[in-house]
Design a protein around this ligand. Structure first.
Ligand SMILES: *[C@@H]1O[C@H](CO)[C@@H](O)[C@H](O)[C@H]1NC(C)=O
Ligand SMILES: *[C@@H]1O[C@H](CO)[C@@H](O)[C@H](O)[C@H]1NC(C)=O
Ligand SMILES: *[C@@H]1O[C@H](CO)[C@@H](O)[C@H](O)[C@H]1NC(C)=O
Ligand SMILES: *[C@@H]1O[C@H](CO)[C@@H](O)[C@H](O)[C@H]1NC(C)=O
Ligand SMILES: *[C@@H]1O[C@H](CO)[C@@H](O)[C@H](O)[C@H]1NC(C)=O
Length: 492
């Protein structure tokens, strides 16, 4: 870790370190939430269950209801591992989830699947930073007055394998990891069949801005295959309704086209000397990405990463990339010192009682940020792909897309996000480009640009007083945004 502050998630990429442990820590957050409830309920009438549908006995699972680990929280949750395709006891491949039941009508409530970023960050970070009934704090797990679970089932997933408590065989791409999520969900719905037909929403931020469109695409494509009778044996359609994205890294070309505008022009995150040097690298970086889009080989993607990530970073002189309102210089022996959440989570999940309640097997340790996973994704060139284009068919098919973005984030700065959304070819493009940014009518400083009925088919919310971690910075506003979005109600 360099002494100039925690590096942005993407800056973790050090091409020289491929195959070794990278030296720096990436920081991208993802949130995913999945639901499950343990009572076994019959399938709704008319559901055809093929003989080949997996039975609870046909895959590994250990699910329990944790009790008493979250101070003053009485709501019901279920946690455990589900074995994915290829999983065996000697060569495991097991996803960890923590499903928090909705307080109101959990059997019918929409499901939000939340995950982390990175690549390599635990899915529990966003979960415990404002989404779930439990909040991570220096005093352990405490109650969250702004939890998303009053009206929604929430499934937190440690995605991909290797992060958090998920363990076993790794994959090295967001698409392969998305197939793992699909497998996980099908098995989750075997264990929690009463939820299988609920409205389904996926939430992620930071590198989750790559995971989420890939997962949504796999679900969408598999739903179409099921419709034409060609789905995976026994797979059920998933009622994918909407996506929720905060401060994503999604479009590398838009990110780098705009990143210095934010770090050097709109704000002075770096000084003039450094900015001048960085700008001199920018044309090569953008050409490298375009080459990798035209000829998408791993070598071209890695070359583009080399030409871009570390060359758009300079000394912040103490400004925190994830929230430019903050200054903090991490202790050299404690790189987490500017982001204490990671340390709180490590302590919470090392606690024997917490581990027992969550059903964590002996020998499985919590990994808040898995640098091996990070290096594997970077080494396969996962980052330098036009992931944003995945949204076009999803939007055209009626899946709704929300971005809510903290404006104080120099890690995934908002202008690059707004840029790819405006340029995205969708049925909503013309309207989205010309729609007004309507001010939030309360004291919360935010604007809403929405196209379509209700909360919108394509909606972009800018939150003035939030950084990379909007939920943690503006928990009450984030809850209001998410509840309005999922219910698809007009904003004001
Ligand atoms: C839990 O509730 C008790 C009694 O209402 C209160 O004294 C205590 O501070 C609460 N603890 C937390 C962590 O919220
Ligand atoms: C800008 O910061 C760099 C360190 O990143 C330093 O070497 C340089 O002297 C600074 N330039 C000015 C004009 O302050
Ligand atoms: C897990 O943590 C324990 C306690 O810190 C340690 O002894 C053990 O080596 C760790 N296991 C792995 C697989 O890292
Ligand atoms: C990524 O994983 C696939 C499947 O295991 C493997 O074939 C490929 O070589 C890996 N790519 C890199 C760059 O390691
Ligand atoms: C926009 O969203 C509504 C639901 O609010 C849906 O009925 C409609 O089909 C969507 N429009 C398009 C063009 O997909």
């Amino acid at each position: 870790m360099k002494p100039d502050g925690v590096q942005p998630p993407l800056s973790a990429f050090d091409p020289e370190s491929l195959g070794r442990r990278p030296r720096r820590s990436p920081l991208v957050l993802l949130s995913v939430i999945l639901f499950a409830s343990i009572t076994f309920v019959a399938y709704p009438a008319g559901f055809s269950i093929r003989a080949s549908r997996p039975s609870p006995g046909s895959f590994y699972h250990n699910v329990r209801k944790p009790v008493g680990i979250c101070a003053n929280v009485s709501s019901v949750s279920h946690a455990g591992h589900i074995g994915l395709k290829g999983d065996t006891n000697s060569a495991p491949k097991r996803s960890f989830f923590w499903y928090f039941e909705a307080e109101e009508n959990p059997t019918d409530a929409p499901i939000i699947l939340t995950m982390g970023g990175g690549p390599g960050t635990t899915g529990l970070m966003n979960t415990l930073n404002g989404q779930s009934p439990c909040l991570a704090s220096e005093n352990g797990l405490i109650a969250n007055p702004n939890r998303w679970t009053e009206k929604h089932n929430l499934i937190a997933l440690d995605h991909p394998i290797g992060v958090g408590f998920s363990y076993g065989s790794h994959v090295n791409s967001s698409r392969a990891a998305a197939y793992d999520v699909y497998d996980f969900l099908q098995k989750f719905f075997v264990l929690f069949p009463q939820l299988a037909r609920n409205k389904f929403i996926i939430s992620g931020g930071s590198y989750g801005g790559v995971y989420v469109p890939n997962i949504a695409t796999v679900i969408y494509e598999q739903n179409l295959l099921i419709k034409s009778g060609k789905g995976q044996p026994g797979a059920l359609p998933i009622d994918l309704d909407a996506l929720i994205i905060s401060n994503p890294f999604t479009s590398p070309v838009a990110h780098f086209r705009w990143v210095l505008q934010y770090r050097c022009q709109e704000h002075h995150v770096y000084n003039a000397t450094d900015c001048e040097r960085l700008y001199s690298y920018l044309p090569e970086c953008l050409d490298g990405i375009e080459t990798a889009f035209q000829h998408p080989t791993v070598a071209n993607r890695i070359l583009a990463s080399k030409l871009c990530f570390n060359r758009m970073i300079a000394d912040t002189h103490g400004i925190v990339h994830e929230d430019i309102r903050r200054t903090c210089v991490p202790d050299s022996d404690s790189p987490e010192s500017c982001h204490p959440n990671f340390g709180w989570m490590r302590k919470i999940f090392a606690d024997e009682h917490v581990r027992q309640e969550l059903g964590i097997p002996d020998g499985v340790n919590f990994t808040g940020l898995n640098m091996e996973v990070n290096a594997e994704f970077l080494g396969a060139g996962d980052l330098i792909q036009p992931h944003h284009l995945l949204y076009s068919p999803l939007l055209a098919s009626g899946i709704r897309l929300l971005h809510y973005i903290g404006m104080q984030d120099a890690n995934c700065p908002w202008p690059g996000i707004f840029s790819f959304l405006k340029l995205l070819e969708t049925p909503f493009q013309g309207e989205f480009v010309s729609a007004p940014d309507v001010p939030w009518p309360t004291k919360d400083v935010a604007t809403v640009r929405a196209v379509g009925p209700g909360a919108g088919n394509m909606t972009f919310i800018l939150v003035a007083e939030a950084g990379h971690f909007t939920v943690g910075d503006q928990p009450a506003l984030a809850k209001k945004i998410v509840e309005t979005w999922v219910a698809n109600l007009p904003w004001f």
